[in-house]
Design a protein around this ligand. Structure first.
Ligand SMILES: *[C@@H]1O[C@H](CO)[C@@H](O)[C@H](O)[C@H]1NC(C)=O
Ligand SMILES: *[C@@H]1O[C@H](CO)[C@@H](O)[C@H](O)[C@H]1NC(C)=O
Length: 402
C-alpha cells in the first residue's frame, strides 16, 4: 500500500518535472537566450506557430539558386549585386537558413499570391525596409511577370500584380514620426552654436503614411537606421515635441527613439483595424569592420560569421562599431509591448551574414570614394530573400488560423 502511494507520488513528481522542463525549453525556444530581457512569446512570433523561425543556423547548399536575377525591374541599382558583378554572389546565395526546430520552406510566389488575392501589403520605414521590399517585389514577380510599377497614396514606390489584384507599396518615412528642419531663429541669443534643429513631433506620423489605415491588409514597419549622430549631428540635432510643445527636459537620441516608437505603435493600435496584420521589423545589423562607414570600414568577407563571433561584433558591452542594432531592438520590444504588432526578428539571422553586403560593388565609379563601402544594405538576391520566406510563412500562418 505504502509503496503504491510512493510510486504514485513519484510518478506525479516526474510528470510535473517534465512539464517544467517542457515549459522552460519552449520559453527559451521562443525567446532566444541572447536577449537580456526576453519579451513575452506572443510578441516574438505569431502565437499559432509551433516553432521559432528566428533561431537556427546557415547551412551551405551548393544546389541552391536565387529565384530572380539582375533583370527584375524592381531592383535599386546599388543593391543589384549581380549586375554590379559583386564577387562571390554564387556563394552568398548558397546559404540556407535552417531554423532550429522546424522547416522554413522557400516562398512559393504562386501559392502565396493566391492566398493574397485582392489584398494590399504595405512597408513603412527606412531604406532597410525598402531593401526588404525590393526582394519581396522581385520574388512575387516570378509568379506574375505582368507586374507593374505602382505609386499612389503617398507611396514612394511599389508594384501591382494584375493576375492576383495584389498591391505592394512602400512608404518612405525614415523616422516614422513627422520631422522638419527649423533654421536657427535670427533673434536667438547667440549662445547657441547650432545652425538649426530638426523638430520631431513624436505623436504625429510623417505625411508619407497618413491616411493608409484602411488601405493595407498587412503592414511592416521599421525605423532605426537614421537615428545616429552622422545623420543628425550635434550642430543640427533632433528636438522632440509632443502635443505641439517641446518635451522638457529635452530627450536624447535613444530616449527620443523609444518615445517615437511608443507613440507610433499606439497610433497604429488606435487607428488601424484589428484585422490588419501588423509587423514591426527589428534592426538590420551592419558589418563595418575596422572602422565606421566613413573611416574605411569594410566588409569583404567570403563567409558568414561563426556564432561564437557574434557577441564580439554586436554585444553593446563590447562597444563595437555595429553595436546599435541590439540596443535599438530592446527599445522596440519594450515600446510595442501590449499592442497587437508582431515582431519580425531578423537581427540574429542577419548578424551572421557579414559576407552579403554590396561592399565595394555599388555600380557607380566613385561611390566607394564618396560614401565608403556599403556594409549596411544587402545584396539582392541575398539575405532579404530569407526575410521574405519568413514573412510569407508568418502571414500564411496568421491567415489560416484566423
Ligand atoms: C482588387 O482588390 C481591391 C482591394 O485590394 C478591391 O477593392 C477590388 O474590388 C479588387 N478588384 C477586383 C476586380 O476584384
Ligand atoms: C582611408 O584609406 C585611405 C586610403 O588608403 C587613407 O588615405 C585614409 O587616411 C583612410 N582614412 C581613415 C579614416 O582611416
Amino acid at each position: 500500500m505504502a509503496s503504491k502511494l510512493t510510486s504514485k507520488l513519484l510518478q506525479s513528481l516526474i510528470i510535473s518535472t517534465l512539464t517544467l522542463i517542457f515549459l522552460y525549453t519552449t520559453f527559451f525556444t521562443i525567446n532566444p537566450p541572447f536577449q537580456a530581457t526576453p519579451s513575452p512569446p506572443k510578441h516574438s512570433i505569431s502565437p499559432q506557430s509551433h516553432c521559432n523561425l528566428f533561431t537556427g543556423k546557415w547551412v551551405f547548399d551548393p544546389t541552391r539558386e536565387p529565384i530572380y536575377d539582375s533583370t527584375c525591374p524592381f531592383h535599386r541599382n546599388s543593391w543589384n549585386c549581380l549586375r554590379n558583378q559583386r564577387e562571390n554572389m554564387g556563394r552568398i546565395n548558397s546559404w540556407k537558413w535552417v531554423p532550429e526546430k522546424c522547416d522554413l520552406s522557400r516562398v512559393d510566389p504562386v501559392g502565396f499570391m493566391g492566398l493574397m488575392r485582392n489584398k494590399r501589403i504595405g512597408f513603412v520605414g527606412d531604406s532597410l525596409n525598402e531593401n526588404f521590399l525590393a526582394s519581396f517585389l522581385c520574388i512575387l514577380r516570378v509568379g506574375d511577370l505582368g507586374a507593374k510599377k505602382w505609386k499612389r497614396k503617398g507611396a514612394w514606390r511599389g508594384a501591382f500584380y494584375p493576375k492576383y489584384n495584389l498591391t505592394v507599396g512602400y512608404h518612405r518615412a525614415v523616422l516614422l514620426a513627422k520631422y522638419q528642419w527649423q533654421p536657427k531663429q535670427s533673434s536667438a541669443s547667440g549662445k547657441d552654436e547650432s545652425e538649426g534643429t530638426y523638430r520631431v513631433d513624436v505623436d504625429i506620423p510623417a505625411d508619407d503614411w497618413v491616411g493608409i489605415a484602411d488601405f493595407y491588409d498587412v503592414l511592416i514597419f521599421n525605423t532605426g537606421h537614421w537615428w545616429g549622430y552622422d545623420k543628425f549631428p550635434k550642430q543640427t540635432p533632433l528636438v522632440f515635441y509632443q502635443a505641439g510643445q517641446p518635451i522638457l527636459p529635452p530627450l536624447g537620441m535613444l530616449e527620443g527613439y523609444k518615445t517615437v516608437v511608443e507613440n507610433m505603435a499606439a497610433y497604429v493600435q488606435r487607428e488601424f483595424s484589428r484585422k490588419t496584420i501588423k509587423f514591426w521589423r527589428l534592426q538590420s545589423p551592419r558589418h563595418f569592420h575596422g572602422g565606421e562607414w566613413n573611416q574605411n570600414g569594410s566588409c569583404l568577407f567570403d563567409n558568414p560569421l561563426e556564432e561564437s563571433q557574434l557577441d564580439s561584433w554586436f554585444d553593446p558591452n563590447m562597444n563595437g562599431v555595429n553595436k546599435e542594432a541590439r540596443q535599438f531592438n530592446q527599445l522596440i520590444r519594450d515600446a510595442i509591448q501590449g499592442t497587437d504588432i508582431r515582431v519580425l526578428d531578423f537581427t540574429h539571422l542577419s548578424e551572421f551574414r557579414a559576407d552579403a553586403h554590396p561592399a565595394i560593388w555599388l555600380g557607380k565609379k566613385d561611390a566607394v570614394a564618396v560614401w565608403g563601402q556599403d556594409c549596411m544594405h544587402w545584396c539582392l538576391p541575398g539575405v532579404p530573400d530569407t526575410w521574405v520566406d519568413i514573412l510569407s510563412q508568418l502571414i500564411r500562418d496568421s491567415l489560416e488560423t484566423r
